[in-house]
Ligand binder design. Structure first.
Ligand SMILES: *Cc1c(COP(=O)(O)O)cnc(C)c1O
Length: 543
């Protein structure tokens, strides 16, 4: 109430001031009318633009939120509230910077003693074995089996760097073979492509996506002269496309999915215009594990002569095998006409060390736009394929070791195990009547929400039991991405989930301590810019 009165009296003061000013300087007012109308015109155009892009509601809200911060006291109040939320997030994630962390070199080095210190830190980490959605995809214990094999392979090549092609032939060959073997899983051996599919290893799914977007942008510029590039992605596509859009100055349209939570080809079509360079489909999408209709998207891409990226970061080392095993998997690979690039993570279901992914292109003409050549540097002629300059040869060696050690039969067996485990989890979730599964999961991600309970409260109780699941929004839900770590603990998971649902049912209202109220509030906050600021503050205080 008080601030309203304040607003009103300030507005009156302003008006009085403007009137007295104008009455004194009438000729000047006439003179100023022209630039003033230009400014008003510019303002109206920006508003129109914003309404077109973000919708009327978001624009008006953005304007109100922006102006309200100029009212004395409001900004301080908002900042204090923001700090509370950030502190809460931090206390839950245990990621607050400081707390006795070292800030300078030890004067006397610890020598091999450092290893014992590291073991001590590692012992203080939380238990992740069998408890995390996704995260660690290799099965079994960390000190044996495939884990040990990867460690040994990596340590053998710890000091190599494929930037120096003339020195480290072995890792250059490993990279080429990892790419070729991955491409073969994606249909490169099909005759229709004449062996054109090519690619590179990258540091992860995000880098593969960044590169595919960058190459598509420059390919479309060369081919169609597009200089104000736009791309269209389904709401379920990974956040890496937002990163790409921001880094590479591309306008991003994130459009709603259909009732099956798949990319909606018709709504994507509505956003296609002469500046469109790229559309995206995921196989499957990270949130709900559902495969987008890649064939339909391929037709759309072909009909407008634009690029289509298929995101197989999660599915690349599952779908080809699931298909062979007879699970109903729609087409997802380069055999679909119109697909121009792909991202396939080896460090997820490929069971390679973290920091390994493959970006693939339909042909060399597109991939050439990924490379950077520098001709005028005093350091010599320079050409580099991916974002990093020096690259870790050990990870390439580790990925090669993983693929060669497991082989086709190994991946088939792994796929069967995780597909069956996720079917059991799906059935178990269906048997908990308060919960409902989002869409029809195609692979090994099971997402579920509730119409009767706060699903984020259920997530908090699961967290207190040691589980690390993913919280999703639009609609509010959580998911588990099933890995080999979960195969032996499916029943434990379902038992804990059932108990957690019961606990939330028995204790209506927020159960103190968890993040549920924050997730709930963040989902409902109409000012999305503010939610973004909260996330940035959280990150700024965490690293
Ligand atoms: C994991 C994932 C990514 C991003 O991969 P990072 O390796 O985390 O960079 C992109 N898309 C999908 C579908 C993913 O699951």
């Amino acid at each position: 109430m008080e601030s309203l009165q304040f607003l009103e009296s300030s507005a009156n003061q302003l008006r009085a001031y403007a009137n007295s000013f104008l009455s004194r300087y009438e000729p000047l007012a006439l003179f100023l009318a022209f630039p003033f109308s230009l400014v008003v015109g510019w303002f109206l155009q920006s508003v129109g633009h914003s309404v077109h892009e973000k919708g009327l509601k978001t624009t008006v809200l953005g304007f109100i939120m922006c102006s309200i911060k100029f009212v004395p006291g409001v900004k301080n109040y908002i900042d204090a509230e923001k700090k509370k939320v950030v502190d809460k997030l931090q206390s839950n994630s245990k990621s607050k910077r400081g707390n006795g962390w070292r800030t300078e070199l030890p004067v006397v080095g610890l020598g091999v003693g450092v290893l014992e210190k590291m073991r001590e830190d590692k012992r203080n980490d939380v238990v992740w074995q069998g408890k995390c959605s996704g995260t660690v995809y290799i099965g079994g214990s960390e000190t044996e089996g495939h884990f040990s094999l990867i460690n040994e392979a990596c340590s053998m090549f710890a000091h190599t760097n494929p930037l120096h092609m003339d020195v480290f032939h072995s890792v250059v060959k490993f990279e080429a073979e990892v790419v070729a073997m991955t491409a073969a899983l994606m249909g490169s051996q099909e005759k229709s492509y004449g062996g054109q599919i090519c690619g590179n290893m990258t540091s992860g799914g995000t880098e593969s996506i960044l590169l595919a977007v960058k190459s598509s942008r420059d390919f479309m510029k060369a081919r169609k002269g597009i200089v104000r590039p736009e791309m269209i992605i389904p709401q379920s596509a990974h956040s890496a496309y937002d990163k790409a859009a921001q880094y590479f100055n591309i306008k991003l349209w994130r459009v709603p999915v259909n009732t099956e939570f798949q990319a909606d080809t018709a709504s994507i079509r509505r956003y296609v215009n002469k500046n469109t360079i790229l559309i995206v489909g995921s196989a499957p999408g990270f949130p709900h594990g559902i495969i987008d209709p890649i064939e339909e998207l391929g037709k759309l891409a072909l009909s407008y002569d634009i690029c289509l990226h298929v995101d197989l970061c999660l599915g690349g080392f599952v779908l080809p095998f699931a298909s062979k095993l007879g699970y109903p998997i729609p087409l997802f690979d380069f055999t679909v006409q119109g697909v121009t690039s792909m991202s396939v993570d080896v460090h997820k279901y490929g069971l390679a060390p973290k920091g390994t992914s493959v970006v693939l292109y339909k042909n060399h003409e597109i991939r050439k736009h990924q490379f950077v050549a520098v001709t005028e540097w005093t350091g010599g002629l320079y050409v580099s394929p991916t974002i990093a300059g020096s690259r870790p040869g050990n990870l390439i060696a580790g990925a090669w070791a993983a693929m060669m050690a497991i082989g086709l039969e190994g991946y088939l067996e792994n796929t069967r195990e995780i597909m069956e485990a996720s079917k059991r989890i799906q059935r178990g979730v269906q048997n908990i009547h308060e919960l409902s599964i989002i869409g029809r999961p195609d692979m090994t991600i099971v997402a579920f929400g509730s119409n009767v309970l706060d699903i984020f409260e259920v997530n908090d109780i699961m967290s207190s039991k040691g589980w690390h699941l993913n919280a999703l929004q639009k609609p509010n839900s959580i998911h588990i991405c099933v890995t080999l770590q979960h195969v032996p603990v499916v029943d434990d998971f379902l038992k804990d989930l059932k108990e957690s649902v019961q606990t939330v049912k028995d204790n209506p209202g927020p159960i103190s301590g968890g993040l549920a109220p924050i997730y709930g509030a963040a989902g409902k906050m109409p000012d999305r810019a503010m939610v973004g600021e909260l996330l940035i503050d959280f990150m700024d205080n965490s690293c």
